[in-house]
Design a protein around this ligand. Sequence first.
Ligand code: HEC
Length: 441
Amino acid sequence: MENEVNDIVLFFGRFHPIIVHLPIGFLLLGIILHFISKCESFKKYAPVVDFTLFLGGISGVIACILGYMLSLEGGYNEDAVMLHQWFGIGLTVLSFIMLGWRRAETKNSSMVSGGFASLLILLTFTGHLGGNLTHGSNYLFQYAPNPVRTIAGLPPKINKTYKKITNIDSALVFEDIIQPILDARCVSCHNEDKLKGELLMTTFDHLMKGGESGAVIVAGNSISSDLIHRVTLAPDDEDFMPPEGKTPLSKEQIKLLEWWIDEGAKPNASLQALNAGPEIRDQLEKYLSIGKYMTILNTPIDPVKASIIEDLESSGFMVSVLAEKVNYLDVSVKPGIQLTKKELETLKKAKDNIVWLDLKNSGIKDDNLSILSDLPNLLKLRLDHNDITDKGAAHLTKLTRLEYINLSFTKISDQAISDLHKIKSLKKVYYYNTAVKEAGV
Ligand code: HEC
């Protein structure tokens, strides 16, 4: 138990993952030097092998002691710790044996080499077991191609994939909403390899079973649930979850957890079965970016190349990204520039990324408006103060995502308005100072 161990011991224990690199480095160097010193031209390194083995052994002893101290902290899978511990001790002992053997008079060189090969295997395996303890046993092969994963004895699935929820009523509350939240924020410490607080959060059953101090969820009562208590504490409280400055749950995520617990913490209920009220539905749609919150901006896109941005800028446009880490573009014409077909064509190079386009007073003509119909993701378009007529506006009906358009101070009439009606996504149309009559609207 954590509290029974002296803090100083735990303090030193945390140095194990750093110090452990010393024996790894020394022993690896010793192994390399041993084998290359068999070549005539590297023979001079042979005497150094003993010294590196000695350093490897000594630092190995220190790493073993620190490792033992770290294990007292608890929170790791005990079997995995034991295995790693005995391999580590074995490795350290073997490095001293090799040292003695090399120095002994009666050495058989091929057996010594066999010993070094064993040392290498033991070193690799011990390191791997240790890595599993810190990163989880799936870490190394998480992104490996499936055949490699099969050899490593892992199931073929590379990443946990979640069903993309498009219709909120069919969503299973635990599986589609709650578990993904826990996976993203909690499971890195509460999994089979790292059982922090003896709490496993990888499945519904484990979650409900609770941790070292019993159940963490009281079905029907979020206020008495330790899990909710922990995530709603002040972030600097030592019981706050997730600890150590890890990204906390958002307000929406906490609300959803509370709601699911208050509704009975059921494993398989759908949203419909739980009688979600309008507020929760709205919250969910917002959280999942679906329903009325779905926009192209929630769909990830690669950034455009820097050379394309340069092309756009030299064609008379100003370009900026819509927001940090969002690769969609806000493009507007530089003041005083009159665009021709050639310059407008450069927009097509970034056609999927441009979502806002401001061509106010840019001299754009009806014929060139057809170029804009090749920008499928346009949400906002300003064409005001241009000599555009209904004929040009008709090209815009292909912009199926358009939400906002400004056609003030143009020559459009009622016909353009009735054409624009075909764009279902359109929310705002500005037509101040045009020939549009109220009747047409
Ligand atoms: C960085 C690792 C880490 C992360 C991430 C983490 N926890 Fe923990 N958790 C711990 C440790 C360590 C303990 C045991 C010490 C303690 O009880 O405070 C613990 C204990 C708990 C306990 C108490 C278990 C019991 O029975 O005593 C709960 C509940 C809990 N965590 C919930 C969560 C939730 C919910 C999340 C995600 C929002 C989360 N944890 C994320 C490390 C973590």
